[in-house]
Ligand binder design. Structure first.
Ligand SMILES: [Zn+2]
Length: 162
């Protein structure tokens, strides 16, 4: 079956430099002589912010799964809380929570792909006449699992259903 992996959670915000005077110390340029300090200029730009790891408590750090039963949900909630807080800042114009999703097959670990309606109807791309839209394409185990759930005749091990 299709397994979804989520990683690289981030909060993406758009900052409008001219809206308020943002000191360059906000970018980490600290310790400059006050005469050489300045404020950000230019057009609005996007910044991606990675949240703190769930298991990072500052004094000790451990794997996400050791500290959470719902890693994706906890990252999502953490990112949404960050975003809500950041949007209260006057120079933050807009923002969103983003994550990278990859879909793989739990049987063979290959990337998950499904037949489109057109591919399922096309004999050059489908498995046999029982193929339907949404049928996986990676391996026989996944195809037959999909078919059993829907009461569709499974493939024979020879490669085609007869
Ligand atoms: Zn597979």
């Amino acid at each position: 079956m299709k397994t979804t992996h989520r990683e690289d959670w981030r909060v993406i915000i758009t900052i409008a430099p001219r809206y308020t005077r943002i000191p360059i110390s906000a970018l980490g340029f600290t310790g400059l002589d006050s005469d050489l300090d300045g404020t950000l200029a230019g057009d609005p730009f996007e910044v991606a912010i990675a949240p703190r790891q769930l298991g990072d408590f500052g004094y000790v750090s451990m794997g996400d799964r050791l500290v959470s039963d719902d890693v994706d949900g906890d990252y999502r909630r953490r990112c949404e809380a960050m975003l809500a807080e950041l949007l209260r800042q006057p120079h933050v114009r807009s923002g969103r929570v983003a994550v990278t999703e990859t879909h793989t097959c739990s049987q063979c670990d290959l990337g998950w792909e499904e037949l489109t309606a057109a591919e399922a109807a096309d004999h050059s791309t489908n498995q046999d006449e029982h193929s339907v839209e949404g049928e996986p394409v990676c391996c026989e185990d996944a195809i037959n699992e999909f078919r059993r759930e829907r009461g569709i005749p499974v493939l024979t091990s020879a490669g085609g259903a007869k």
